[in-house]
Design a protein around this ligand. Structure first.
Ligand SMILES: [Fe+2]
Length: 320
């Protein structure tokens, strides 16, 4: 059970052998029942026989088919974050003092692991929010809106799923879809916003954005798999892209996915030099580029997703 510090209540975070109903409805206030008392005092409680122990709350009634019971605190430094409860079913063995010692060791390990997971999650969320903020800052600079960032991220996930990629990789591609143009932060705005044709020198400057992005992202440990996707998102499947002219499978798959999403987004958005084009034009462009600019199988997956979307819209329209 973990303690929610805001409401001072214990709820079951993980269990084995309890019914779903018990898991979902069990709530113990700080100081209430055995577990609540363990949280309050920070001391383990060992109940040899539940039937004769007044401390045990029978509110969970017949669901607890146990005879003896141990509750040990989950402690990180001096903070109690929850309890580890163990019931021994009747007719099997009754717990002994050494079980309490063993569980205390296990609880200490579990508490540290839980704390690490929480820190790690917080850190990841922090980075992700920072990245989203940065992505939006770039969007503002490059005349995009935050809807584009959100949409890019959603498409990245859907394509990853269609290609049956592992979850961790899908997440990295999502980040890459959000961040691929982060390097534009290092490029002169007058070039980014130029309405007319770019000079060859200006084009060379813009072509530095994947490498700048790579330098920004690579030092962040958990984003290191994202860095190559950013570095190579302007490569073409036939080797005609930049910065290195990689060919086909040499280009990281994540980068090939980002290239398709980015092209679609660019065509269907207002640009400094033209108005947004239709979805139909974008689909034609992707089909035209499949096998030359883009990886054919990524285009195929993406077009399927667009079709699914259309179908869902139609179903929605007919239902409402
Ligand atoms: Fe780019």
């Amino acid at each position: 059970m973990l303690l929610n510090h805001e409401v001072n209540e214990l709820t079951i975070a993980a269990s084995r052998g309890l019914s779903d109903e018990v898991v979902q409805t069990t709530r113990l206030r700080f100081g209430e029942g055995v577990a609540g008392r363990v949280v309050q005092t920070g001391k383990a409680i060992f109940v040899e026989d539940i039937e004769t122990d007044a401390r045990f709350m029978r509110s969970n009634g017949p669901n607890y088919s146990s005879k003896s019971f141990i509750s040990v605190p989950l402690r990180v430094k001096n903070r109690i974050i929850g309890v580890l409860n163990v019931n021994s079913p009747e007719k099997q063995r009754i717990f002994e003092e050494r079980d309490v010692r063993l569980l205390t060791i296990l609880a200490d390990q579990a508490a540290i692991t839980l704390e690490n997971i929480e820190l790690y999650d917080n850190l990841q969320n922090f980075y992700l929010e920072m990245v989203q903020t940065l992505a939006r800052a770039i969007d503002a600079k490059d005349s995009y809106t935050h809807e584009h960032a959100d949409r890019a991220r959603r498409y990245a996930r859907l394509i990853g799923k269609k290609l049956m990629l592992p979850e961790a990789m899908i997440r990295h591609i999502e980040y890459a879809a959000l961040m691929h143009d982060i390097g534009k932060i290092g490029i002169d705005e007058t070039i980014l916003h130029k309405a007319g044709k770019l000079t060859p020198e200006e084009r060379d400057i813009i072509k530095k954005h994947p490498a700048i992005g790579n330098r920004i992202i690579a030092p962040v440990a958990f984003l290191s798999p994202v860095a190559p996707m950013v570095l190579y998102h302007q490569e073409w499947f036939n080797g005609q892209g930049y910065p290195e002219g990689l060919i086909g499978e040499e280009i990281p798959l994540g980068a090939r996915v980002v290239a398709v999403i980015d092209a679609y987004d660019a065509i269907t958005s207002d640009r400094p030099y033209r108005k947004a084009l239709s979805k139909q034009v974008a689909i034609e462009e992707l089909n035209k580029g499949a096998g030359s600019q883009f990886d054919e199988k990524v285009v195929k997956a993406f077009l399927e997703i667009l079709r699914d979307e259309e179908e869902a819209k139609l179903v929605h329209a007919t239902n409402s």
